[in-house]
Design a protein around this ligand. Sequence first.
Ligand code: SF4
Length: 186
Amino acid sequence: MAEFLEKTSLEVVNSPAGIEGPGFFATRLDKVIGLARANSIWPLPFATSCCGIEFMATMAAHYDMGRFGAERLSFSPRQADLLMVMGTIAKKMGPILKQVYTQMAEPRWVLSMGACASSGGIFDTYSVLQGIDRIIPVDVYVPGCPPRPEQVLDGIVKIQELIKNESLRRRNQPEYKEMLAKYGIE
Ligand code: SF4
């Protein structure tokens, strides 16, 4: 294995913070779980327009989101932990997006890609939702119209940082439940 790694440019994921010594390594359980979750994200692409095309480029060989352990896309909310919303969301689509979010099991994260998903973009009109955070909570916003693949990857890295550092208890805390309640989500 060591020989193989020397011959390639692959890098092994760093171990979580802990205490090391000869023959042992100790860390916290939530750090290990965070590391595993962050490097095995299953994204659900909710793509409605042009930002979705940019996402396809991000998935393709040149940018290759698989390098971040997130190449396994899920088209079922029940087998996804990162909802990626990309494109214009019409108000009629809002309830469907919310249903997809509520069908995802905890822990779940949301990335809003592009101006349209984040704020309605140039479509300041009666039929377009002026930002998905009006109906579901968002963890990371990626600006741009459309954002470049590098920006999307940067957003994924930000999500990874959140996942790695999130307490396992966060989802049971009253603040989290209160935040969901504001969105009418139990
Ligand atoms: S932000 Fe720009 S590229 Fe993305 S969906 Fe809206 S109009 Fe299209």
